[in-house]
Structures are given as structure tokens and as C-alpha cells.
Write a protein that binds this ligand. Sequence first.
Ligand SMILES: NC(=O)C1=CN([C@@H]2O[C@H](COP(=O)(O)OP(=O)(O)OC[C@H]3O[C@@H](n4cnc5c(N)ncnc54)[C@H](O)[C@@H]3O)[C@@H](O)[C@H]2O)C=CC1
Ligand SMILES: CC(=O)C(=O)O
Length: 350
Amino acid sequence: MHKTPSGSRLGAGDLDLTQAFFKPISNAAAPSLTKRHAKISVIGAGNVGMAIAQTILTQDLTDELVLVDANSDKLRGEMLDLQHAAAFLPRTKIIADVDYAVTVGSDLCIVTAGARQIVGESRLNLLHRNVALFRNIIPPLAKHSPETILMIVSNPVDVLTYVAWKLSGFPSNRVVGTGTNLDSSRFRFLIADHLDVNAQDVQAYIVGEHGDSSVALWSSISVGGVPVLSFLEKQQIAYEKETLESIHKAVIDSAYEVISLKGYTSWAIGYSAAALAKSILRDQRKIHPVSVLAKGFYGVDGGDVFLSLPAQLGRGGVLGVTNVHLTDEEEQRLRDSANTILDLQGQLGL
Ligand SMILES: NC(=O)C1=CN([C@@H]2O[C@H](COP(=O)(O)OP(=O)(O)OC[C@H]3O[C@@H](n4cnc5c(N)ncnc54)[C@H](O)[C@@H]3O)[C@@H](O)[C@H]2O)C=CC1
Ligand SMILES: CC(=O)C(=O)O
């Protein structure tokens, strides 16, 4: 019996066995080529990479799922553990290797590798450690899958999305960071909890940096299509600005709290990244707040900076940025957030 690093094989007689088991149908037509084979590679098989991988599998988003990590034992262990769930999952080929050649021809590469925050540490603190890793990760991904879409998750996600864009040489529509898609989900959860409604009926955006300088778009909040703040104003129902601010603060504090309790965050980013993968690979053209090249939008003009804006995602990657109404204060906060990120980027010399 022969075993490869990318999985267990039945042996050299595989083909004979298959033919013995299944009698081929005579005069069968060639398979239809209308459905494209989809391949997703997840780089980094840690807490986040595995949460994303398992959500992708349960949601049947790909035909082939590739895992890459620098730690070969952990990688093989994770691959086998997922393969052993085959009887309960949609059929997906799962392979893993430390060599990036395994990612060849990926439609989507999701990068989660790298250092994570310890308790109380800011995402921005991870920058230099993770930029060094990205120099070894992005070029081989781009080489093996020159047409792929890169989705960056590792932190600080906005600056690392910029780094991935620079290192890959890809057009900006094919480089996206998960950005504030997660913060916006936390925001929607907290608003839904406050109003006792379903979070899926709440539309609300956090934009800017995925982190401490993020910006809550209060004017964007609607529930079941009803814009909340203008509704309250028209009905002359008073609301406290402090209540709004405290919800935004709770969003910012969310990751710190989860990290202090369980050491890392994983499930919510797993669902967040899988939702983005679905919009991209299934050409859903849905709008998500994600990290995109923001220069020229909403008065952000200080340089090439990636930060989250409501963007439409489809098979071509980032299809466009939505023109949501921002108040003057929100626009100013967005520019401040951009400057926070630009200051850090300035240290990189890329
Ligand atoms: N953007 C977002 O919303 C979120 C981002 N994150 C970030 O995701 C990243 C990963 O977090 P966790 O999975 O919890 O960390 P982890 O420590 O569990 O996993 C990191 C993995 O990266 C691997 N790795 C390190 N160097 C590598 C290299 N050169 N090539 C391939 N693999 C390599 C490690 O072996 C490890 O398996 C962190 O930067 C974290 O801050 C985490 C949650 C949410
Ligand atoms: C760790 C992180 O970036 C988050 O959970 O938001």
C-alpha cells in the first residue's frame, strides 16, 4: 500500500478495482463541461484555516479543497480528520501538502497563515512577523495560480491585503481582505439582540480598518428594509448617541473578549470567509463590507490603501464599490482610519 503526503491511496491497482466494481455504461456521452470544477486552497491549517475549511465543506462550495501549512504533522492530521468525515459531507476532494505546487490552478486562495494576537495585543502588532511570512506565501501562490483570487484573512488584514496585492502583482479586483465583513456581522448580531429581531433582517455596515479605528455607519442601519435612525427621528422617538457608541465599542471589543476567553477567534471568521467564497465562486454579486483598494472612494485619496467598503463580489472578484450615503462625520472617520493604515504601510518599504 502506497501513501503520499497528500493522502492515502488504495494502491497501484486503483483503476482495476474501480473497473471491477462498476460496469461502465456503453455509449455514454462525454461529461458536460457546463459546470466548472472549483478549487479552493486554504493556507494555514490553524484555528482559523480549519474553521474556514470546515464551513466550506459543509456548505458544498468547492470540488477540491487544498490545505497548506508549514507544520507537516499538523497538516496531515487535519487533512485526515476532515477526510474521515467524508461519509457525512458533500463529496469533495481534500488534499494537503507543505509544497505550494499542490495549489496549482486554484480559483480562490484563502490565506490565514501567521501569528495571532495574544491576550490584549492589537492586530497591528502582528504586522512585521506576518509580512515576513507573506514574502514566502504570496509569490508561490501567484506562480501556481496566476488567475486566482486571493482572499486575505491573516492580521492585520488590511495592511496584509495591500502586501499581498504588491507581492502578487495581481490587478486589485483579484485581491480582497475579509476586512469588516466579520465586524459587520458582530454589529448586526448586537443590533438584532438589542431590538430582539433576526440578525439576517438587520442590514448595517462597519467600514474602514478591521480593528480599533473601524467606522460604524449608523445611517446604513435598516431592519426589514426600514431605515432605523430616520424612522426614530420621524416618529420623534429619542435615542441616545451613547447607546450607539456603546454598540460600536462592543463590536471593537468583541475579538479581544473572545481571545481573552478562549485564546483565539475562529467560528465567526469561518462563516464570514465562507460567505465571501460563496459570493465569489457562485458569482452571487452580493454586497459585503470587505477590504479593497479604497483610493478614490469616499474621499480616501492619501495613497494606495486597502480598507473595508461595501463592495460587490462575483466571479471576477471585486466588481465595484457601492455608493452608500456617509455623513460628513462618518467620511472623516473613514479618512482617519485610512491614515492609521497608511502610517503602518509607510514602515514597510514595499
Ligand atoms: N481577519 C479576521 O477577521 C481574522 C483574522 N485572524 C488572523 O488569522 C491568523 C491565523 O489565526 P489562527 O488560525 O488562530 O492562528 P494559528 O496559530 O492557530 O494558525 C496559524 C497557522 O499558520 C501556520 N503557518 C505559520 N507560518 C506559515 C507559513 N510560512 N506557511 C504556511 N503556514 C504557516 C502555522 O503552522 C499555523 O498552523 C492570525 O493572523 C489571526 O490574527 C483571526 C481571526 C479573524
Ligand atoms: C482576531 C480577529 O481579527 C477577530 O476575531 O476579529
